[in-house]
Design a protein. Structure first.
Lengths: 270, 87
């Protein structure tokens, strides 16, 4: 469990020695008070992690590509591998010839979300910053602005909505059903699901890990639990591995979906 | 006598009235997840089949696969959001 919750729980336990253990509520896992008394409202633990991750990521990519050599070594090698992954697996297959133009944006999105997700399983930090809705919501808002602007710019304002709501090659009567569904789907549902997918996955994963590892402590502290504490610990270890996989997959999915939406808005629908 | 009758009525009501709100909230997401679970399985299964038949088609199939996945999963996410909206 992450350090602030451990300290809070331990402090509570030390204060109420002899009384039964109170497990943290769901809000305690995700809502953080400011770092110290009198701190500004926004200076919380997730903000600190996010700032550190952003600075480290920026510094890494700066060091990798500031003075590129023909034969890459060290940080440049790793940076090139990362950019190659995004360019060959996400940007080029989905966006085609425009892939090179979007690779920087998609690379930043992919690695930033990946690092913030992975913070959930790094010992000492153990809080997936993307489980605070602000970050997925902001990414979804940026993606929404981008693909709508690209669509309106490429196809004209009325052309964009006409091509979206009335795609050619469909029997005319279906348009009554299709047009509202397409409009709501593109304008409302896409950013919503982009945000909620990342948020829900990270919240659920963090809760599972919290339940299992706090459960380990609770089992160990109680009488019958002197041996059975191994069970939640083992399961928690397996779920940590699963969380690593989910972290990578969610970063990949949000990036490739942003690319798919941009590609869909770019083409002029024949 | 009347006091006793009132107490009996109140006790009966407390015993038989079940608080349905948490059950309803749980049911919302549980039922919402059935369809998209099947749908996403079909989408990815068909995509895997297509790539297995013709590996060169992966570049064409993969963006369509992700688009289909996003649309199918949207319905499950509606259920998840509704859980938080329902108080």
């Amino acid at each position: 469990m992450n350090l602030p919750v451990i300290f809070a729980v331990a402090a509570e336990a030390a204060e109420e020695a002899g009384k039964p253990f109170h497990t943290p509520a769901a809000g305690d896992l995700f809502n953080f008070a400011p770092l110290y008394d009198g701190a500004p409202e926004w200076l919380t633990y997730p903000m600190v992690i996010m700032t550190v991750v952003t600075v480290v990521l920026g510094a890494f990519f700066w060091k990798a590509f500031a003075k590129p050599k023909l034969v890459p070594v060290g940080a440049q090698n790793l940076g090139e591998a990362g950019v190659d992954f995004v360019r060959n697996q996400i940007a080029n297959p989905v966006l085609g010839p425009e892939g090179a133009k979007w690779t920087p944006f998609l690379t930043v999105m992919f690695f930033w979300v990946l690092l913030l997700n992975v913070m959930g399983i790094i010992p000492g930090v153990q809080f997936p910053v993307t489980s605070r809705m602000a970050i997925p919501a902001m990414l979804a808002a940026i993606a929404w602005l981008i693909y709508n602007t690209i669509g309106i710019r490429n196809q004209g304002f009325f052309g964009y909505f006409k091509n979206m709501m009335f795609p050619p090659g469909v029997p005319k009567i279906i348009y009554v059903l299709l047009a509202p569904i397409e409009l709501i789907s593109t304008v409302l549902v896409r950013p919503l699901t982009l945000a909620v997918r990342l948020f829900a996955n990270m919240v659920a994963g963090h809760m599972i890990l919290a339940v299992l590892f706090i459960g380990t402590g609770v089992f160990f502290a109680s009488g019958i639990g002197k041996v059975t504490f191994v069970l939640p610990f083992l399961f928690g270890t397996i779920m940590t591995g699963f969380e690593i996989f989910v972290a990578g997959m969610q970063a990949f999915i949000i990036t490739i979906l942003t690319a798919v939406y941009i590609a869909g808005a770019q083409e002029a629908h024949h | 006598m009347e006091f006793l009758a009132t107490m009996v009525v109140l006790a009966q009501e407390a015993a038989t009235t079940i608080d349905m709100a948490p059950i309803g909230k749980g049911l919302v997401y549980g039922l919402a997840a059935i369809g998209p679970g099947i749908g996403i399985g079909i989408v990815f299964g068909k995509a895997i089949e297509a790539v297995a038949r013709q590996p060169e088609a992966q570049g064409l199939v993969q963006p369509l696969m992700f688009l289909g996945f996003a649309l199918a999963e949207a319905l499950a996410l509606f259920g998840f959001v509704l859980f938080f909206i329902l108080g």
